[in-house]
Design a protein around this ligand. Structure first.
Ligand code: NAD
Length: 258
């Protein structure tokens, strides 16, 4: 049975009720995990209020600001986990960013700063957060990140985010190789296209979703909760033999030749 009772899980990347991280947090909670939630703070505190109201029914025991471009916030997040929880079992890395200008048009026109920002937030953050989680995962652990098919195939408009996801998927393998001896597993879920705040920045996302609905074996795309179920599986004792993998949760689209 999928049971996460007694497990401390840090979930990053909830912005609203469409976020994939929200689907994951709900399923981890359902399986009994104790949740810590981070959010991306803004100057007016609007995001804090919005996310706090959303996650309240899941009774998170930690609720912390964590902009992955802010060293102090990152450090403070993991110090709080150490002081209040003592150990960490699960890390959900479910965040990404690229400027809208870089998610449409010609890839060759990507700016230096746009390229660096996309890779810093979307790829390097997994490496850094995993490095900080490592000493806290004293009883082993599971790290799960979110990727997309655009990291292995050239998908229209995905552009620099495809490079970020390719780096992310390779980071999963290097992290899995390093952390395996400590019984920390690292996997990625490659989700099918879902309408969210982040995906709305990708040019033509609705066309992509309609295409998937036409050709994927299941003739639909996936939901946040389906991704959440797969994440709960990867965090549970049902998947103790799995690490370094990219699990496609995409209604089968990836196998198709069109
Ligand atoms: P979302 O907009 O709900 O989530 C993206 C999150 O990234 C937000 O919570 C945002 O606050 C956070 N974020 C951005 N910059 C940050 C920073 N500097 N510090 C901390 N957090 C930051 O969108 P989503 O679609 O749920 O995206 C979650 C993950 O799923 C991303 O990695 C995305 O690439 C991946 N993914 C999405 C789809 C899709 O179609 N929606 C498909 C496959 C993979």
């Amino acid at each position: 049975m999928l049971n996460l009772t007694g497990k401390n899980a840090l979930v990053t990347g909830i912005a609203n009720n469409r976020s994939i991280a929200w689907g994951i947090a709900q399923q981890l909670h359902k399986a009994g995990a104790n949740l810590g939630i981070t959010y991306l703070p803004d100057e007016r505190g609007k995001m804090e209020k919005k996310v706090a109201e959303l996650v309240e029914p899941l009774n998170p025991s930690l609720f912390l600001p964590c902009n992955v471009q802010d060293e102090d916030q990152i450090k403070s997040t993991f110090e709080t986990i150490r002081d209040q929880w003592g150990k960490l079992d699960i890390l959900i890395h479910c965040l990404a960013f690229a400027s809208k200008d870089d998610l449409t048009g010609d890839f060759s026109q990507t700016s230096r700063s746009g390229f660096n920002t996309a890779l810093e937030i979307s790829t390097y953050s997994l490496v850094q957060l995993s490095g900080l989680a490592k000493p806290l995962m004293t009883e082993g652990g599971s790290i799960v990140t979110l990727t997309y098919l655009g990291g292995v195939r050239a998908i229209p408009n995905y552009n620099v985010m495809g490079i970020a996801k390719a780096g992310l998927e390779m980071s999963v393998r290097y992290l899995a190789a390093e952390l395996g001896p400590q019984n920390i597993r690292v996997n990625a879920i490659s989700a099918g296209p879902i309408r969210t705040l982040a995906s709305s920045a990708v040019g033509g996302i609705l066309d992509m979703i309609h295409h998937v609905e036409e050709v994927a074996p299941l003739r639909r795309t996936v939901t946040q909760l389906e991704v959440g179920n797969a994440a709960a599986f990867l965090c549970s004792d049902l998947s103790t033999g799995i690490t370094g993998q990219i699990l496609y949760v995409d209604a089968g689209y990836e196998i198709m030749g069109m």
